[in-house]
Structures are given as structure tokens and as C-alpha cells.
Design a protein around this ligand. Structure first.
Ligand code: GLU
Length: 421
């Protein structure tokens, strides 16, 4: 008989609202504004049929949420995952609002998701699902209204299908309706690496602030999708030793350091990092507790919680994922002197280059990768410096500092526009 019970799942929407409440309180935000910003503006819930390869029809469920539109059109990715829920999408949409405000790009926040494990679909089923889902949410979508992008398990190819679907409906090609497209269809140079590159720019700034020599440093990365795998590679390019990485199947650990290009090649061949020769197996919870200089959670929400925050042994926690740390864990890490770079700053490189992509599309322009990376660097280092200044001034951790900056910007825009009618 076992007396152990699984801990109740943490609801990301409650986390998002709690983070907002802490900032709103500290900012002494007007109660009316507080009520407005505490809830999403629009939530669309769809059920839609998809023709499967065996001829059957399967109905899937998905969402598109717009949290706030005060500073511009809604912006945010679409995620395909079996655990997607309306509360997760609402949280992710709210986080997009703050993220766009932290880096000062002219968007509100949105997010979408479909409850599906895309690894179980054929390519044709994935295309059918993508086109029909996009059709269903199109009432909200448009280059001036709401611009989706990749997120967990969605790729440039999926963006190409979204763009084509919208374009077929209006009768002409509209590249600016989604970002993260393949370069040949109006995608931006550097977009694919942008989330990870922004994270690494933040880590470099944090290391400078803390006087950590990255050439002698170590990193652990949880998650090996677009953000995690590229962050591991870029960190290794910076001379940092990669001790451990993981994906949804499990992790690998090598105290001597992993050759990250070989791990990427292994994953491409085997579909997982697990089994990589010469490395020890490690679980997705154990990996977070490996002693290192930089820990990069790059997977899903609620990985660092009150139950393991005391056992995190990193100097810098760089959140490439959205929502990996709970508010209780924030306090524990802060008390223990860990320097956490919060998601709404740390992974904002993705949406920043999405913004560049959208600007290029609207202007029928194409910038070089050098120009994109320089502009990204400028925006990320400015946002980091502004956040750090608030953190030092207020004696607050970096998440609260980023929230103070972002919530104030959105509150100002919302208040200045006034209440309609
Ligand atoms: N899904 C990414 C994020 O969470 C990118 C969103 C975008 O580029 O619009 O920030």
C-alpha cells in the first residue's frame, strides 16, 4: 500500500494572475484597471473535425485567447500538446501581453492551443488539423488584429499552412498574418534562433552583472525543442560547458561536457536525446537539481516549484520556457540569492524577431541576419538593463521588476485610451 499521493497540478492561470496581483499591488494600480488587466479580453473555444488517414473523422478541441489589445494587435504562438487547457492558454496570452511590453514592441498578448499530441499524427493529418483549426479561429485573426506564431510543437511548416489557409480565404497572399514562416514565404532571417539568442543575450548580461566568467561556466538545459536545443548550441558557442540536456522522453548528463552538435544529430536520427553514447541517464526532475552556473528551463510550465526550489543549485536561472517557475519558488530562489531572468524578458527574443518579420512583410522588405541580430541585441540588452535597474532600485527580484515595467506600460496605454463608450 502506498500513502503517497501525486501533488495537485498547479494551474498556470492562477500563477499568472498571482504574478499580476503582486505587481498591481506594488504599483498601486487603479482598481478598475486592475479588474480589466486581470482577465483576458476574448476567449474563443472551438471544436473542429479533421479527416484522418484511415478515412475516419476525429473532432479536436482548441482555443485562441486575446488578453489585451491596448498597445497593438494580439501576438502570440499556437501550441500543439496533449495537455493544452483553456487556463494554460489564458496564462500564456497574459504573459505575451507583458512580454511585448517589456521589450517595447507594439503588440498586445494572445495565444492559441490545440489539444493534440502531434507526434501521433501523419504529416497529412497535421496539415488537415492545422488548416481547419486556423479556419475556425479566423474570426479573430488578421495582420492588423491577431498574428499567431510557433510555440511548443508547431513549426515553420505549420505557419506556412496557416498563411496559405488565410490567403486562400481572402484571395491574395498575406505574409503578415503569421510569423515564424519559412524564409521563402516571407519569414525573417534569424527568427528560428531568436528565442534562444535572446535568452543567451540575457545570460551574457546577467553574467556580466554577477561577474561570472562564462568561458569557465557550466549550463544545464531542460527541454530540447526550438528554444532549448538552440540555446544549448549558442551557449556552447560562447564557451560554456553543457553538462546536461533533456527532452520529453528524458535527459542525458555528462560531467565532462556534451558535444552539443553530436547531441543534435543524435536527436535528429533517434527522435530523442535519450541513449546518447557516453552520457548518464537523468530524469526531467533530476536535471533541474544538477549543480551548474546557468540553468535554462526550456520546456513547460511549473517545473520549479516550492517542492524543489531549495534544491536548485545554479547561479543564474534563465527562463527560455514560459511559466517554468511558480511565485512561491520565485521567493525561495530570491532568498537563496539565485539570479532568475524571468520568461517575459528572457524568452522575448522570439516575439521580437516575429515583430521584425511582420514589419518586413508589411513593407515587402527583407533584412539580413546581421541586421536582425543587431536589432535583437539592442532591444534585449535595453530591456535587460531597464529591468535590472528597477530590480536594484526596488530591492525586488527580476520577475517582479519586469512585471512592474510591463504592467505599468500596459496600464498607461489602457488608461490613456480611456473607456469606450
Ligand atoms: N511562442 C513564442 C512565445 O511564447 C513566440 C510568440 C511570437 O513570436 O508571436 O513568445
Amino acid at each position: 500500500m502506498t500513502t503517497e499521493r501525486a501533488a495537485p497540478a498547479i494551474n498556470p492561470w492562477h500563477v499568472a494572475q498571482q504574478q499580476f496581483d503582486i505587481a498591481a499591488e506594488k504599483l498601486n494600480l487603479d482598481p478598475g484597471l486592475r479588474q480589466v488587466l486581470r482577465e483576458p479580453r476574448r476567449e474563443l473555444h472551438v471544436h473542429f473535425p479533421v479527416k484522418m488517414d484511415d478515412g475516419s473523422v476525429k473532432v479536436f478541441e482548441g482555443y485562441r485567447v486575446q488578453h489585451n489589445l491596448s498597445r497593438g494587435p494580439a501576438k502570440g504562438g499556437i501550441r500543439y500538446h496533449q495537455d493544452v487547457s483553456i487556463d494554460e492558454v489564458k496564462a500564456l496570452a497574459m504573459w505575451m501581453t507583458w512580454k511585448c511590453a517589456v521589450v517595447g514592441i507594439p503588440y498586445g498578448g494572445g495565444k492559441g492551443g490545440v489539444i493534440v499530441d502531434p507526434k501521433k499524427l501523419s504529416r497529412r493529418e497535421l496539415e488537415n488539423l492545422s488548416r481547419r483549426f486556423f479556419t475556425e479561429i479566423e474570426v479573430l485573426i488578421g495582420p492588423e488584429k491577431d498574428i499567431p506564431a510557433p510555440d511548443v510543437n508547431t513549426t515553420p511548416q505549420v505557419m506556412a499552412w496557416f498563411m496559405d489557409t488565410y490567403s486562400m480565404h481572402v484571395g491574395y497572399t498575406v505574409p503578415g498574418v503569421v510569423t515564424g514562416k519559412p524564409i521563402a514565404l516571407g519569414g525573417s532571417e534569424g527568427r528560428n534562433e531568436a528565442t534562444a539568442r535572446g535568452t543567451v543575450f540575457c545570460v551574457i548580461e546577467a553574467a556580466r552583472h554577477l561577474q561570472i566568467d562564462l568561458k569557465a561556466a557550466t549550463v544545464v538545459v531542460q527541454g530540447f525543442g526550438n528554444a532549448g536545443s538552440i540555446a544549448a548550441r549558442l551557449m556552447s558557442d560562447e564557451g560554456v560547458k553543457v553538462l546536461a540536456v533533456s527532452d520529453s522522453s528524458g535527459g542525458i548528463h555528462s560531467p565532462a561536457g556534451l558535444d552539443i552538435n553530436r547531441v543534435i544529430a543524435w536527436k535528429a536520427e533517434h527522435g530523442t536525446v535519450v541513449g546518447f553514447p557516453g552520457a548518464q541517464a537523468v530524469s526531467n526532475t533530476e536535471i533541474l537539481e544538477i549543480e551548474c552556473d546557468v540553468l535554462i528551463p526550456a520546456a513547460l510550465e511549473n517545473q520549479i516549484t516550492a517542492s524543489n526550489a531549495e534544491r536548485i543549485h545554479a547561479k543564474i536561472v534563465a527562463e527560455a520556457a514560459n511559466g517554468p517557475t511558480t511565485p512561491e519558488a520565485d521567493e525561495i530562489l530570491f532568498r537563496r540569492g539565485l539570479f532568475l531572468i524571468p520568461d517575459i524578458l528572457c524568452n522575448a527574443g522570439g516575439v521580437t524577431v516575429s515583430y521584425f518579420e511582420w514589419v518586413q512583410d508589411l513593407n515587402r522588405d527583407h533584412w539580413s541576419e546581421k541586421v536582425v541580430n543587431e536589432k535583437l541585441h539592442e532591444i534585449m540588452t535595453k530591456a535587460f538593463a531597464e529591468t535590472l535597474a528597477i530590480s536594484l532600485r526596488e530591492g525586488a527580484h527580476m520577475r517582479l521588476a519586469a512585471y512592474l515595467l510591463a504592467v505599468q506600460r500596459v496600464a498607461d496605454a489602457t488608461a490613456m485610451r480611456g473607456l469606450y463608450p
